[in-house]
Design a binder for this molecule. Structure first.
Ligand SMILES: Nc1ncnc2c1ncn2[C@@H]1O[C@H](COP(=O)(O)OP(=O)(O)OP(=O)(O)O)[C@@H](O)[C@H]1O
Ligand SMILES: [Mg+2]
Length: 239
């Protein structure tokens, strides 16, 4: 295989046989999953289906999965949650720079804030930010680490519909510019189709559907939507 082809197909994340149980109840049941470098993947599933559990396992922050299956993940991983998790006693820029060192850290932090549209807000307190702005700051904090893998657990779940649309455009733009692999957990079928190139549906502890979304393809948004809702067992009754 030519070196450049290898580069393109090399998975950033490789999961084999990942199983996770809580008190004897199996939530993830032998998951196999490859996330290719630079791919934007969304993960859908009913509440309680194990999306956050899977994300935590991939992030390496669930020590309870030790010994079950194998996980290969990159070194630089960033995680964004539904709430920004900014430290309230630090201003925005120090929050973005948290744990980062290097002579150019501050410059990179300022650049990341500018990229998410928060240029000029470096000295604001988290309590002075709107929900959307706080999530932008959280994205800046992730980006400044130049992650190979960005994991996001319903990052827009608490935002109003208009702000969410703007955040979709921003996230897609940032992804196009920096090209990390993305695994976005969402319960929003439309969000998944709009943002991702591949959508997974988690059901009964397994990947029940693995759907490629072709941006320039012949399938409409409505067709993808119907397919995903069917996999989720949701029927849209319009009568
Ligand atoms: N630390 C834990 N201890 C016990 N049970 C847990 C723990 N973490 C998760 N679970 C259980 O595992 C199942 C999957 O939880 P998880 O949070 O992964 O679901 P989810 O798909 O992210 O749901 P939601 O869409 O509501 O966020 C749930 O039944 C939950 O109660
Ligand atoms: Mg969850």
């Amino acid at each position: 295989m030519a070196p450049h082809t290898e580069q393109l197909t090399r998975p950033t994340v490789r999961l084999r046989g990942l199983t996770r149980s809580f008190e004897g109840r199996t939530v993830l049941d032998g998951i196999d999953l490859d996330l290719p470098a630079g791919q934007f993947t969304a993960l859908l599933g009913h509440s309680g289906s194990g999306k956050s559990t899977l994300l935590r396992a991939v992030a390496g922050i669930d020590h309870g999965v030790a010994g079950s299956g194998t996980l290969t993940a990159p070194e630089r991983v960033s995680v964004v949650f539904q709430d920004s998790r900014l430290l309230p006693w630090r201003r925005v820029l120090p929050n973005v720079l948290l744990g980062l060192d290097g002579a150019d850290a501050e410059e990179r932090g300022r650049a990341a804030l500018f990229e998410v549209g928060l240029g000029g807000r470096e000295r604001a307190w988290p309590s002075e930010l709107s929900g959307g702005e706080a999530q932008r700051a959280a994205l800046a904090r992730s980006l400044v680490r130049e992650p190979e893998l960005l994991l996001a657990d319903e990052p827009f779940g608490a935002l109003d519909a208009l702000t969410r649309i703007k955040m979709h455009a921003l996230l897609r733009q940032l992804w196009e510019r920096h090209r990390p692999s993305v695994l976005l957990v969402t319960h929003d079928v439309d969000e998944a189709i709009v943002l991702a190139d591949r959508v997974l549906v988690l059901e009964r502890g397994r990947i029940g559907l693995d759907l490629v979304v072709e941006r320039e393809g012949s399938h409409s948004h409505g067709e993808y939507r119907a397919r995903l809702l069917q996999a989720l067992g949701v029927t849209e009754d319009v009568s």
